[in-house]
Design a protein around this ligand. Sequence first.
Ligand code: TMP
Length: 212
Amino acid sequence: MNTTTSHKQPLFITLEGSEGVGKTSNMEYIKSMLKESAIDYIETREPGGTPLGEALRAMLLGEDFKGMSDDTELMLMFAARAEHVAQVIRPALSRGQWVLCDRFTDATYAYQGGGRQLDMSRIAGLEQWVLGDLRPDLTLLLDAPIEVGRERAGKRSTPDRFEQERDAFFNRVRQVYLDRANNEPERIKIIDASLDLSQVQQQIKRVMMAYL
Ligand code: TMP
C-alpha cells in the first residue's frame, strides 16, 4: 500500500486469467503505473485478502480438503469474497483509495462455472447476494492459449488443487473468460498474454492510460 493522495474517483480494478499467463509480473507493472500517477491504492487478492479469506484460500488450494464438493468450493469462494468486500474493498473505496485485486468474481464464473461446470445462474445469485451492485470498474484479462500457460506454470513448484486440473478444464475456463469479455467489452479488456512481457505491458499501458 502507498499513502499518496488520490485525485480521482477511486476505481476498482481486477486482474484475471488462467494459469501461467503472467499475473504476478503484470500486477507489479500495474502497481508501478499507479505509483507513477500518485494514486493512493491498496493491493489485494482472491481468494484471500483478509485473515479469514486467507484461511479459506489455504483450504481451497491445499491438499487437506482435496475432495470437497463443487458446491462447497463455490460457497467457500463467496464466503471469502463476502468477508473481503465487507472488510477491505468497500472500506477502501469509501476512503477514496483505488483497489487493485488479483482475481474476483469473473474467476468464479470461469473456474466454478466453466471449469467445474456449475450452473451460472447459481453464481449470479450468489454474486447478487454478496456484492449487491458492486462490480469492478475495469478488468484486465490476460489471455493466452492453454499450452502457453501450462509451459510457464510448469516451471513453478508443486501445483495447487486447481493447477492439477486437466487441459479440458482450463480450456473451459479460458472460454468463459473470453465470452464474458466479449459480452462486457467496456469493462473487460483482453490482453494478449502470449506475447513477450514488454509487448504485454504495452497493451496494459494503452488500456490504463485511459483511466489515469
Ligand atoms: P492464484 O490467484 O494464485 O492464481 O490462485 C487462485 C486459484 O483459485 C486459481 O487457480 C483460480 C482459483 N479461483 C477460483 O477457482 N475461483 C475464484 O472465484 C477465485 C477468485 C479463484
